[in-house]
Design a protein around this ligand. Structure first.
Ligand code: MTE
Ligand code: MO
Length: 413
């Protein structure tokens, strides 16, 4: 293959290096190696004590939720540095224990089959040369991000706010690949499968599906690049689905199989897991039963202060800079509003460079606290569809879609 720089200045070869991680402690569950660096942090909820780890391949310091299959959270301070989350700090979440640790990018094949005219078996080089290259900045956020804050608590990964990240994804349109295969009349959904699997036969394989129209919207992409580099193995090398504006459960990693279905997918991961109440804001009371459930889908807006922490001290009569990130969810950020009086008055924050409607957007504001004592800052985003973050948290048994306006308590001295 020729080393041809493309318009983005990134050579193909850069995405095609073999990734071999055999023997790395983090992936194979070498607990002894992990234990060697006992360094902890405390997430701001009960039982929030966590180990910080550097034992995972291609990853810097991460918050360890689980070793195998890995669940690694991004330490929140990372989000103060910019809108793009570095690959080596990007969160990691896998459901199934068997993840290939050695992948030969040259032998890799993506199969497209099922209800199509012409099944395909595409190598990475073909994907890169035969289809138009596209790029999109988008937030990848786990459905259960912030689950640890649910009250009452719910089972599942006890994440704080770091099961999200924003990257520039490079790849090809799923639509173009489906068109090449020729979707047959009567097709209704497209199902995605990655190279991971359970260690027990009984474990249902991780399969996710999108409606055909969605799959062909021209935005859903097959990504081989993340922030200008090949995907880290733990984030899905060599190829992953990117579903802009949707929760990351659909962003299937190590994607090697696409099946066009002529009926609605009823596999475990579509029909049983990742279901939300079909109620406003997917919210119910803990006692509530008898509601209809639907598969989780679009992201909702969120915003965070990134430069100040709960309990920080600030000086009265002095200017304090506030800054943070926001995202609109399935559309762009229209406004970020903040309040220092419990939500009675709201001020509009300044919005920084727009990297695209699915990306993080930096915001900033200035505050001069007048009187000493406790102060609580509230921040909320409103997206361009007019959806705004609620002041009271939603609740559901899955711990999904938390997006309450965040509160940061300051002490004015
Ligand atoms: N093959 C595969 N893809 C997957 C998953 C998985 O378990 N296996 N988990 C999904 C879920 S629930 C999340 S939150 C995202 C996490 O993406 P990341 O690890 O790149 O941050 O991957 C998604 N894609
Ligand atoms: Mo997730």
């Amino acid at each position: 293959m020729s080393e041809q720089p493309d318009h983005g200045g990134i050579s193909r070869r850069r995405f095609l290096q073999a990734a071999a991680l055999a023997g790395s402690a983090g992936l194979t569950g070498g607990v002894a190696a992990l234990g060697a660096q006992a360094h902890t942090t405390r997430l701001p909820f009960a039982n929030g004590e966590r180990e910080l780890t550097r034992a995972f391949p291609q990853k810097g310091e991460m918050i360890l939720l689980r070793t195998r299959p890995p669940m690694l959270e991004t330490p929140f301070d990372v989000f103060d540095h910019g809108v793009f989350t570095p690959n080596d700090r990007f969160f990691v979440r896998w459901h199934l224990a068997y993840i290939p640790t050695r992948i030969d990018a040259r032998a890799f094949r993506l199969n497209v089959r099922g209800h199509v005219g012409k099944p395909l078996s595409l190598g990475l080089d073909q994907l890169m040369s035969d289809f138009e290259r596209v790029e999109i900045a988008a937030v990848n956020q786990c459905s259960g991000n912030s689950r640890g804050f649910f009250q009452p608590r719910v089972p599942g990964g006890q994440w704080a706010n770091g099961a999200m990240g924003c990257a520039r994804w490079t790849g090809v349109r799923l639509k173009d690949v489906l068109d090449r295969a020729g979707v047959n009349a009567g097709a209704v959904q497209v199902r995605f499968n990655g190279m991971d699997s359970g260690t027990l036969q009984a474990t249902p394989d991780f399969l996710k599906s999108l409606d055909l129209e969605h799959a062909r919207d021209g935005e859903v992409m097959l990504a081989y690049g993340m922030n200008g580099e090949q995907l880290p193995v733990l984030n899905g090398f060599p190829l992953r689905l990117v579903v802009p504006g949707w929760y990351s459960t659909y962003w299937v990693k190590m994607l090697d199989d696409i099946e066009v279905l002529d009926k609605v997918d009823d596999n475990y991961w579509m029909a049983k897991a990742y279901m939300i109440p079909d109620t406003p804001h997917a919210s119910v009371t803990p006692e509530q039963t008898g509601f209809k459930s639907v598969p989780i889908n679009r992201l909702v807006p969120r915003s965070f202060i990134t430069n100040l922490h709960d309990g920080d001290k600030v000086l009265s009569g002095h200017d304090v800079a506030l800054r943070g990130i926001a995202f609109g969810g399935d559309t762009g950020v229209k406004k970020v509003l903040w309040s220092s009086d419990g939500g009675e008055h709201w001020l509009e924050a300044g919005l920084e460079e727009d990297q695209g409607k699915y990306a993080f957007r930096r915001w900033n504001a200035r505050l001069t606290p007048a009187k000493r004592g406790d102060m609580e800052l509230l921040v909320k985003a409103i997206n361009t569809h007019g959806t705004e973050q609620p002041l009271a948290p939603n609740w559901n048994g899955g711990g999904f879609m938390r997006n309450v306006a965040e509160r940061t308590r300051l002490v004015v001295t």
